[in-house]
Ligand binder design. Structure first.
Ligand SMILES: *[C@@H]1O[C@H](CO)[C@@H](O)[C@H](O)[C@H]1NC(C)=O
Ligand SMILES: *[C@@H]1O[C@H](CO)[C@@H](O)[C@H](O)[C@H]1NC(C)=O
Ligand SMILES: *[C@@H]1O[C@H](CO)[C@@H](O)[C@H](O)[C@H]1NC(C)=O
Ligand SMILES: *[C@@H]1O[C@H](CO)[C@@H](O)[C@H](O)[C@H]1NC(C)=O
Ligand SMILES: *[C@@H]1O[C@H](CO)[C@@H](O)[C@H](O)[C@H]1NC(C)=O
Ligand SMILES: *[C@@H]1O[C@H](CO)[C@@H](O)[C@H](O)[C@H]1NC(C)=O
Length: 484
């Protein structure tokens, strides 16, 4: 018992946990996907969102972009989808005469531009990426012909174009934005504007089912449930490929790492989007978290930490269970972006994303084995033959310093025919550790700053298994991916 701290008063809470045993936890692995499993998973749930103005720079000036995307591809067995957009998509104007990808000026390299133009070569960079691409275009400035011209270039150049967004986070538009035409900007005004623009762009592109609709920040009256109703009433669902909300569980000014990485908090936060996901599913449309990360405003002090990496891992699992097709983790201004996965170095959050990619690789379904009421999470992954292939254990107890607690977890129902199972451990010195100030490893390895290559000796841990049972130890602020 020493050190095992669950959410509620420790001993009674422990006794309530299904399958708990005196000195740890136990989970039985269902031999086929249980009723509460996810639907069919996408091949590449772990995606990336690039801030519009910075997107060319990521690919042209930051070698880690291609190499780390390559690592994710290798881990997941599929290319990460990317989305290009964000606040600056609604400040951008297409200029067919511009030979460079983007043109803007800023006072400080830490700033995002207030206005910018982009040319055809912007879309060439997007076209060279091997995964699917979602392009966010401008609606705020109310220049429909310009957005149509840009959409045509995107469509003609990007073979892997998945969808086009028309405006970013329109819940933040105001009456002084050109699109509002001096009127109060409301959810109803926005919905009318979204369907009208969808029809115009569809007509110009001669393409149905092209729009990523919604693109709302958080939850409120601007929501997919409300927009979906408008889409239906106006016979506009034909234009929609996917619906989208943005989700940042914390804001930089009030960020709390203990809360960010807590399994129960993650479950509660993701579950709030259930009605939005169902509304999309009711119309047979995809639902994505089209822009997401740990904290708004580029991230705060908590964002570059190992704990934020653990957050990514658990959050991706919860979202996919809920029915979110893909999550696009936002990468902002290079050099001024605490939550970014790489810049000059490969940062701590990337370790969580990489482990999520490993866990989901080739998986058809995921099920949660814990009951979501403690800080300990357990997931099982099934392949297309409905066989369990992996288990992910996550001990979300916050560890910063002092004595580190751990939990012993016994898994039963392991289908293996051998006498041991192997596992990859995702660990770090503490939840608060950032790259360069302490150890963060996945299977004992680290990502090299220059190349994103794994360096060090790979340590696949092996654990004895008897009659389908094996016991694993997971420390506070640590995860273990077990290969069955
Ligand atoms: C986990 O199991 C080991 C080996 O049986 C034991 O020494 C240790 O005390 C256990 N840890 C906890 C937290 O129960
Ligand atoms: C478009 O780009 C061309 C070439 O750089 C430039 O001469 C022109 O001023 C730009 N137009 C606008 C409206 O920015
Ligand atoms: C809209 O974009 C077009 C080019 O596509 C440009 O000629 C026009 O000046 C723009 N209108 C406004 C109001 O900025
Ligand atoms: C989804 O469809 C079901 C069944 O038609 C309906 O009861 C439910 O209200 C719909 N939910 C949303 C969020 O649209
Ligand atoms: C899902 O079902 C499994 C197997 O029936 C059960 O052990 C687990 O607790 C359930 N998960 C949740 C989150 O209720
Ligand atoms: C990566 O770069 C960071 C920051 O410059 C440095 O502190 C760290 O030691 C480097 N990590 C590796 C694995 O080389």
């Amino acid at each position: 018992m020493a050190g095992l701290r669950l959410n509620a008063p420790s001993v009674p809470a422990l006794l309530l946990v299904a399958g708990s045993v005196v000195n740890g936890l136990s989970f039985e692995i269902p031999s086929s996907a249980p009723a509460n499993s996810s639907g069919q998973l996408d091949a590449a749930p772990v995606g990336i969102s690039f801030e519009f103005f910075a997107f060319p720079e990521y690919f042209q000036q930051l070698p880690l972009t291609n190499s780390c995307l390559g690592q994710l591809h290798e881990a997941m067995g599929a290319y990460s989808p990317i989305r290009i957009g964000g606040t600056t998509q609604d400040r951008a104007t297409y200029n067919a005469s511009l030979s460079s990808a983007v043109s803007y000026s800023v006072d400080s390299p830490d700033d995002a531009p207030e206005t910018l133009t982009f040319g055809d070569s912007f879309m060439d960079i997007a076209a060279a990426y091997e995964g699917t691409v979602t392009v966010g275009l401008n609606r705020r400035l109310d220049n429909l012909s310009n957005t149509i011209a840009a959409a045509k270039i995107a469509k003609s150049k990007i073979a892997n174009l998945y969808a086009i967004e028309l405006g970013n986070e329109p819940n933040f538009f105001t009456s002084s934005d050109p699109i509002a035409d001096g009127e109060t900007w409301t959810a109803a005004a926005d919905a009318a504007s979204q369907v009208s623009w969808q029809a115009s762009v569809s007509d110009a592109l001669d393409e149905k089912s092209f729009a990523q609709a919604g693109v709302f920040f958080g939850l409120g009256s601007f929501s997919v449930t409300n927009l979906a109703e408008k889409e239906e009433d106006t016979d506009s669902t034909q234009y929609v490929r996917s619906f989208c909300h943005h989700y940042y569980p914390q804001s930089a000014s009030t960020a709390d790492l203990d809360e960010l990485m807590s399994h129960t908090e993650i479950v509660d936060g993701v579950t709030e989007f259930q009605a939005q996901v169902v509304a999309a599913q009711n119309l047979s449309k995809d639902f994505v978290f089209g822009e997401t990360n740990s904290a708004t405003g580029g991230g705060g002090g908590i964002s570059p930490t190992f704990g934020a990496g653990l957050w990514i891992l658990d959050y991706v699992m919860q979202a996919t269970i809920l029915g979110v097709k893909q999550l696009f983790f936002h990468q902002g201004t290079i050099g001024n972006c605490p939550y970014c996965w790489w810049d000059e170095s490969v940062n701590a959050p990337f370790y969580g994303a990489y482990t999520a990619a490993l866990a989901l690789s080739g998986a058809s379904k995921i099920a949660e084995l814990d009951t979501a009421d403690t800080r300990f999470a357990a997931y099982v992954f099934y392949d297309s033959s409905d066989e369990p292939i992996r288990v992910l254990l996550y001990n979300s107890e916050y560890y910063a310093s002092g004595t580190r607690s751990s939990v012993n977890v016994t898994l039963s129902g392991i289908p293996s025919t051998s006498t041991s199972v192997s596992a990859v451990r995702l660990t770090g010195d503490a939840a608060t550790t950032i790259v360069g100030e302490g150890a963060i490893t996945v299977a004992g390895q680290t990502f090299a700053n220059g190349t994103c290559e794994l360096q060090g000796t790979k340590n696949m841990e092996t654990t004895d298994e008897t009659a389908g049972e094996a016991t694993f130890t997971v420390q506070a602020s640590e995860a273990l991916l077990i290969y069955l």
